[in-house]
Design a protein around this ligand. Structure first.
Ligand code: GDP
Ligand code: MG
Length: 739
């Protein structure tokens, strides 16, 4: 048996899917987390049978607007499912049943699962599943997917429903004044042997375009039947609106028989008054994000001295990193001494190559996990969905809607799922734009680069510096969106409608799962790609072109020669010069394949001779630390800027291409990323180095001011070109000009 899960976004489909199939698919407290259908196997305890369960992206209706909604609709129409579980958020029944009125038109058994019943119970509302079943005309069960309640009843209902395969869809349109035409069209479709005639007849009346797949002759006949058949005082000839209205009226009418209050009073929570405030929303968000970065990267919580604690207490991220660093340092040391008797190259390859390379990346695992723990908590509580809402106004000016916030936010984790998540965007232009911006949002693999560079070059301010890199990425994304939106990707802005999920306490199991998956992914890449690549890098940096072992990683080595050849291109960016210039250049190039490679490469190239002396988590004493601290402040920032903005990794390029489906556009994207990286990095170094004497804080202020000037110039230039019909007020820019 194949069971399909269908329902509104954020109603708990994936939670139920995970529960039934014991899988660990990502669950998030915002709409649009599942964009592809997902399949799992469910073993029915009562009968011992195994069934397939399909998790579908969330939909509000069966008339899709976005690609992910098409996925859901096409699946439901394909007839593959033996039974559909329609998941209904029991705290928002009225809205959810709109979809139910369409699902019940399909020729397929349907069971309603009233999810989130635990929330109802907490609010003291006693909803009767039987009454809802009567109102909707379909079997219904109360469940809580999160608390694993009511699942046995649900599966029993599913079995019962599936045994009656003969269920024919019925539409409430039959009972409206469109009834006679509707029945004629349905009859015609039935005669022609077309599947789901009840559903398709309603859709034909609504002139839903995806129905074009049908036989043209049938459509023409149906159109003839439809012609002139409808005229309404309120809706004119707008059949579409009439049917939507009829659906709502039908639901409201039927729900009157339900004794529990189903229209739960909208409660704008006190928290939302501040968190989604017009003015305070964004500063509060930035404040929260800064706190997160501070706890993750700060090496000295200096204000703790106010509470009588000693100076130099590190934040939790750095403390855990130090612990792990001590452990791996001891381990590498032990391996090193065990290998003393072995030939020099064995120790060099194993300790100086593989272990050092992998360790230099691995040592940032605690900070990555901590950062994702915070982000996952913010997501789970529902706060991130609010941020999408407060960002909408700002995004709109950039040619994106607030909906794009979520895919872009995912890019802070990894650009691959981020690019995939752009399928929630209804508009092709907006989707392309979002994918183009994806790499500018610093992903998890880039984090070790920031952490290593910042702690070596700006030891006293590493938290601010890392935060600065993130802000730089966002600023570039804004600027790029603005420029692209006015040039290569001009177009209409779709409206943004998103429902704010309820605030929920974070769910420990979800959070831990999320972290576990991040860690698995990270360790897997460390053990495979990074370990493998460090061997190659070690080899290329220890042998010359004549395949002679060179003394130590030097300019005569293969990589030294290659890196040296490209170094002049990067000299104007500040990091292609000097003794170690070629090493940074090689790191930048390996970073185009995968960003984890940047630190691993630098770790190997920094030199093998004192790799054994890595002190507990202290980058400062290591050869990598020494090499990095040779960078000036502005060169360090330029180096980070280039890594941040250039091609993120091969996997991301493949993911972007899967969205663009156009080789030319993918090539354009690659060029766009590299050029942006070069230009921004050049500006950072050239401006920054002029003010090097001002120190860290002065440098940040200068770069910030320079960014403001660039922003103002670009915005004004592009706005002027828009034409005179715009009202032109100072805060204007919300419209695209009316003439
Ligand atoms: P989907 O978009 O329909 O796949 O929904 P998800 O499965 O991703 O869940 C959305 C949110 O609802 C998550 O925060 C879940 O933890 C939460 N959730 C799901 N089922 C329940 C439930 O039965 N009770 C409560 N309180 N929360 C739930
Ligand atoms: Mg989902």
């Amino acid at each position: 048996m194949i069971i399909a899960l269908a329902g509104n976004p954020n109603s708990g489909k994936t939670t139920l899917f995970n529960l039934l199939t014991k899988s660990t698919a990502h669950v998030g407290n915002w709409p649009g987390v599942t964009v592809e259908r997902r399949e799992g196997v469910y073993k029915d305890k009562a009968t011992g049978e195994r069934h397939s369960v399909i998790d579908l992206p969330g939909i509000y209706s069966l008339s899709p607007n976005t690609p992910e909604e098409v996925v859901a609709r096409n699946y439901l129409l394909s007839g593959k499912a033996d039974v559909i579980i329609n998941i209904v958020d029991a705290t928002a029944i009225e809205r959810s049943l709109y979809l139910t009125t369409q699902i019940s038109e399909l020729d397929c058994p349907v069971v309603i699962a009233l999810n989130m019943s635990d929330v109802l119970a907490k609010r003291g509302i006693d909803l009767s599943a039987d009454e809802i079943a009567d109102a909707a005309g379909l079997p219904a069960c109360k469940i809580s997917a999160l608390k694993n309640k009511g699942i046995a009843e649900l599966t029993a209902a599913v079995r019962a429903a599936a045994s009656d395969k003969s269920r024919k869809g019925a539409s409430l349109v039959e009972q409206t004044k469109l009834g006679p035409v509707y029945l004629k069209i349905k009859e015609l479709l039935t005669e022609k042997g077309i599947t789901h005639p009840a559903f398709r007849a309603a859709k034909m009346l609504e002139s839903d375009p995806p129905e074009s797949g049908l036989d043209a002759a049938v459509t023409a006949d149906a159109d003839k039947l439809k012609e002139g058949a409808f005229k309404d005082e309120k809706f004119g000839t707008d059949v579409d609106a009439f049917i939507a209205d009829a659906r709502y009226n039908y639901i409201c009418g039927r729900l009157k028989t339900v004794s529990a209050p189903v229209t739960l009073t909208e409660r704008v929570s006190k928290a939302d008054r501040i968190l989604t405030h017009r003015i305070w929303g964004i500063p509060v968000f930035l404040g929260i994000m800064f706190l997160v970065f501070h706890l993750t990267f700060s090496e000295d919580l200096f204000y703790l001295t106010l509470f009588g604690l000693p100076n130099g207490v590190p934040g939790p991220g750095v403390a855990m990193q130090t612990g792990l660093g001590w452990l791996t340092g001891e381990l590498i040391g032990a391996v090193g001494s065990a290998l003393e008797a072995a030939p020099a190259w064995v120790g060099g390859l194993l300790v100086g190559g593989i272990l050092t390379g992998v360790d230099s990346v691995l040592s940032f695992l605690p900070q990555i996990l901590l950062l994702f723990l915070f982000l996952s908590l913010l997501e789970d509580t529902g706060y991130m969905a609010r941020v999408a809402f407060i960002m909408d106004r700002a995004f709109r000016r950039l040619g994106l809607s607030g909906r794009a916030f979520m895919p872009l936010l995912m890019c802070f984790g990894c650009a691959v799922p981020g690019a995939m998540a752009t399928r929630t965007l209804g508009n092709e232009r907006e989707r392309k734009l979002a994918v183009l911006l994806a790499p500018f949002f610093s992903c998890g693999a880039k984090l070790p680069v920031w952490a290593a560079v910042c702690s070596a070059v700006f030891p006293a301010h590493s938290d601010i510096a890392v935060f600065g890199v993130y802000v730089l990425g966002i600023a570039v994304a804004i600027l790029a969106a603005f420029i692209l939106g006015k040039t290569a990707l001009k177009g209409e802005m779709p409206p943004f409608i998103m429902e704010l999920p309820d605030y929920r306490p974070p769910h420990i199991r979800n959070t831990l799962l999320h972290l576990w998956q991040k860690m698995k992914h990270f360790l897997f890449r460390a053990a495979t790609i990074i370990a493998g690549a460090t061997v190659i890098i070690w080899f290329l940096s220890n042998f010359s072109f004549g395949f002679k072992l060179v003394e130590e990683t030097s300019k005569e080595s293969i990589l030294g020669v290659l890196g040296g050849a490209f170094a002049p291109i990067f000299a104007p960016l500040g990091f292609g010069t000097g003794e170690n210039g070629w090493k940074f250049v090689v790191a930048v190039f390996t970073g185009l394949i995968a960003k984890e490679m940047v630190v691993a490469t630098m770790g190997v190239l920094a030199g093998t001779e004192d790799a054994l002396e890595i002190e507990a988590g202290e980058l400062a004493g290591t050869s990598l630390g020494l090499m990095l601290s040779g960078l000036s402040g502005s060169a360090a920032f330029a180096f980070m800027a280039f890594n941040l903005l250039s091609v993120p990794c091969m996997a991301a390029v493949a993911a972007a291409h899967a969205e663009f489906k156009n080789v030319k556009f993918t090539l354009f994207a690659i060029a766009f990323w590299i050029v942006t990286a070069y230009v921004v990095s050049l500006a950072v170094y050239q401006i920054g180095s002029m003010f090097e004497g001002l120190g860290f804080v002065g440098g940040i202020v200068v770069l910030g001011a320079a960014a403001l000037v660039v922003f103002t110039l670009v915005f004004n230039f592009l706005r002027k070109k828009k034409g005179k019909s715009c009202c032109g007020g100072d805060g204007c820019g919300g419209c695209n000009g009316c003439g």
